[in-house]
Each structure stands twice: as C-alpha cells, then as structure tokens.
Write a protein that binds this ligand. Structure first.
Ligand SMILES: *[C@@H]1O[C@H](CO)[C@@H](O)[C@H](O)[C@H]1NC(C)=O
Ligand SMILES: *[C@@H]1O[C@H](CO)[C@@H](O)[C@H](O)[C@H]1NC(C)=O
Ligand SMILES: *[C@@H]1O[C@H](CO)[C@@H](O)[C@H](O)[C@H]1NC(C)=O
Ligand SMILES: *[C@@H]1O[C@H](CO)[C@@H](O)[C@H](O)[C@H]1NC(C)=O
Length: 410
C-alpha cells in the first residue's frame, strides 16, 4: 500500500527526536535496545560496594537493589550476554545471609518481608533457568546448603513460621514488617502476602511438592477472604491487625497485581484438572483487571502501561517509579506459563515497550523517561524508571528464553 507522503514526512520528523530504535518483532532489535537500557541501569551500580548495591537516594532502598538484580538476571538469561554475571553472583552471595535465606546481618534494621521476597525472587529465577550456582557450601546429604532451591525453601519456611506466629489476628496473613519495633508492624499487605504466595507457587511448580501448593492455595484464599484480592481481581494495597483486617487500603499499585498474577500462573502450571481450570480463570481475571487498571491513560495510548496512582501527577516516589518493572516482568513470564493469556498480554507489552523505547532519549545518552505515553523523554529519570524500561523491553524476549526447569531427582 502506498502511504500518503504527509504521513512519511511526519514519521521522519518524529524519528529525528526519537529514543531507542525498537522493532518489537525483531529479536536482534529488542536485544540491542535491552542492552542499551541495561547499560544505562548499570550506571547506577556502585562499583565500590561489595554488597552489590545500586546508588539510590537515602534512606536506603535495599529492596530496589534486589529488584534491579532480577532485571539483570532475566536480561542475561534472555540475551546470553554475561556482562553482569559475576557482579550478580557476588551481590547474591553477599546478601544471602548466614542462614541462606536473604536475611543478611547488614540489613537487620531495615529488612521487611517484602524486601526479602524481592531478593528471594533472584534465587527462584536462577533455579528455574539453571543459572550458575553460588560457590557450594556442602550439606551433609551431599547437596549444597546454598543451592538456589535451598535458598528459596529456607525463605519459604521462614515466611511460614512468621505467618503462624502472626495468626492471632485476621485468621492469618503475613505482616509487612517482621520486626516488632518497626513502623508498620501491624500492616498485612499485598506485596508481602502476594510475595509469599508467589514464592510458594514457584516452588510448587518447580518441585511438585504438595506442601508448597497447599500454602499457595491457603495464602490466595486468605487474600480473597480479607479482600486484598477482590472478586473482580482488583488487588488492593493492604489491611491490618488494628481492625482484624476488616478495613482495607484500596490503593492499587501495578506491582501488587503483578505479584499475584505470576503466582497464579505458576499454580496453573503446577496443577491438573479442575484445580488447573480454576487457576487459569484467576490468571485471566487478573490480566483483565491489570489491563483495565494500569493501561491506557488516554484513548490514544490504550495499551500502554502507566502507574495510575501517581504518574499523571508526576508524583511517583523512588519506590513507585519501579513498580512497572514488576508488572512487566511477571506479565511476560506469565505468557510462557499460561498460553490462553499470551496474545492479550503480548499486545499490551508490545505497545508499552514501544512507548518505553521512545522515552529513552534523555540527556543525549538514551536515558529513559517515566511516562511511556508521551513519545519522548519526560524529564523524569531514576533507577526505578530505568529498570521499568528494561523489563518491559526485554519481556518481549521471554518466548525465546530457555524453558523453565523442573527439579531433577538428586
Ligand atoms: C546521562 O546524562 C545525565 C545528565 O548529564 C547523567 O546524569 C547520567 O548519569 C547519564 N547517564 C549515563 C548512562 O551516562
Ligand atoms: C543462548 O545460547 C544457547 C547455547 O549457546 C542457545 O541454545 C540459545 O538459543 C541462546 N539463547 C538466546 C536467547 O540467544
Ligand atoms: C478476626 O477475623 C477472623 C476472620 O478473618 C475471624 O475468624 C476472627 O473471629 C476475628 N477475630 C475477632 C477478635 O474479631
Ligand atoms: C516438601 O517441602 C517441605 C517444605 O520444605 C518439606 O518439609 C518436605 O519434606 C518436602 N516433601 C518432600 C516429599 O520432599
């Protein structure tokens, strides 16, 4: 078809001011764009920090560093570019802690359950993709105390014990904070319970061990019973012990629904028969609600992801700018696990990745912007912004990534 010449002219004017080149159906183009954004993200890495931290404003955002490594781990798996591998392994071994569960002594005054979960996701991803291990600490049974699976299981067991000791109120639920003197000790929220749910579900799929599946089901059922997850699959921010979990904070953030979505997708993959069908309809419901809530701030940007609570008003905080990284990552991974939602998710990721790449035109060094809907850099950049752009772009590679492993008998 011959295009009218005015359209061609408009398109070329636009590309003169454009961000990164990205052809969403061309693997080489996606890899190249992802490599460029990963480089921009790594500019935040603090090379003098043995703890593998990324530079962020104080107070310390340890969980964000854990989240950043998740992005770079997927980047390495999806592209075979091993640039960040040895730094990643040092960061994980530095932070895994004396009991191999991501409770490092150095974070004692800061760490909450959700922070821990964000580091644990690294171990689970490494387990699922057979990523090189940490230097083995031999266990009596001939395995490694710090294998990726052992780390995931240790954290799971810790979450179980904390849930059990928290069950005097609300009939269950994991608290946001696990230290009694921490601000927010009474809050039982979605990023925490969704995180525990996701950890249990991923271990269930990988190992086939019913204990994990039972816990995932129990956490889901609790989350719906108290109303953190509604009947129409909205995921609200949290509730608390103060009123026995009868009052809900109805704020909706993209990472919360993403956290539950990926857990539900793993349960679909881990189960059979009617149970599988039930999980599939939950996945479908979560995708539908994610679409109606976090995509399409305007009719001309219908399929583009945005952080609806804060993005339009440019008031997202250091944490909040990163949330789209989680929704992007876990929507992408869900396409591999649940074929029936693959096309609808991919349509959203394509449009969003195009928008993100167009925003990567900041400061003449391809710094990415926060708003993916404007077609250009919006002047807002930070670690979470750059990570979100990386995740949405590289999620287009998930279909050609290696297959997810299941546990091999020892
Ligand atoms: C890009 O330029 C900005 C402004 O000079 C600077 O703050 C930022 O660190 C640069 N980023 C990279 C990846 O070079
Ligand atoms: C990575 O390398 C392996 C083995 O060399 C190959 O089988 C695989 O297709 C490559 N993956 C990607 C995403 O390029
Ligand atoms: C708190 O709520 C749970 C259900 O979530 C209920 O079983 C329990 O009886 C309630 N406790 C009090 C003291 O109201
Ligand atoms: C399943 O996992 C639980 C929790 O880690 C463990 O206690 C149990 O021994 C496992 N069961 C089997 C059959 O491996």
């Amino acid at each position: 078809m011959v295009r009218p010449s005015c359209v061609v002219a408009a398109a070329s004017i636009f590309s003169a001011a454009a961000g990164l080149d990205l052809s969403v159906n061309d693997e080489a183009s996606v890899k190249q764009a992802a490599a460029q954004i990963a480089k921009g993200l790594y500019f935040y890495h603090n090379p003098s920090s043995t703890a593998g931290d990324f530079n962020q404003p104080q107070p310390w955002f340890w969980w964000l560093s854990g989240n950043g490594w998740n992005g770079l781990l997927d980047y390495m798996v999806y592209t075979n570019d091993t640039t960040y591998q040895s730094d990643l392994l040092s960061a994980l071994s530095e932070n895994v802690g004396p009991k191999y569960d991501f409770v490092p002594t150095a974070q004692f005054n800061w760490e909450a359950n959700d922070d821990q979960a964000y580091w644990v996701y690294n171990a689970l991803t490494a387990m699922e993709y057979d990523f090189p291990s940490l230097a083995c600490e031999a266990s009596p049974d001939g395995g490694c105390l710090n294998s990726w699976q052992a780390i995931g299981t240790n954290a799971f067991n810790l979450f179980v014990s904390r849930w059990n000791s928290d069950s005097f109120t609300c009939n269950g639920g994991l608290k946001w904070q696990y230290r009694k003197d921490a601000n927010g000790y009474t809050y039982k929220n979605s990023v925490t319970n969704g995180g525990f749910f996701q950890v249990a579900a991923r271990l269930a799929r990988y190992t086939g061990n019913q204990t994990f599946a039972d816990w995932a089901t129990k956490i889901w059922d609790w989350s719906t019973a108290v109303g953190l997850v509604s009947a129409d699959f909205h995921v609200y921010d949290g509730t608390g012990d103060d009123h026995n979990c009868t009052e809900i904070n109805h704020d909706e953030w993209s990472y919360n629904i993403g956290t539950y979505l990926h857990g539900a997708a793993n349960m679909y993959a881990a189960t059979e028969g009617d149970t599988k069908t039930t999980w599939e309809s939950r996945v479908q419901g979560l995708v539908k609600t994610a679409k109606s809530t976090f995509f399409g701030p305007s009719t001309d940007a219908q399929n583009i992801m945005y952080e609806q609570k804060c993005e339009k008003s440019s008031s997202c905080t250091t944490d909040q700018t990163s949330f789209k990284s989680s929704l992007s990552r876990w929507m992408g991974k869900t396409t591999v696990l649940v074929p029936s939602v693959s096309d609808s998710i991919m349509e959203l990721l394509h449009a969003s990745a195009k928008g993100a790449a167009a925003s990567c035109s900041g400061y003449e060094n391809s710094t990415c912007g926060q708003k993916w809907t404007t077609g250009s850099f919006d002047g807002q950049s930070d670690f979470g912004v750059e990570l979100s752009a990386l995740e949405v772009v590289q999620s287009l590679l998930v279909k050609s990534a290696p297959a997810l492993e299941v546990a091999h008998p020892a």
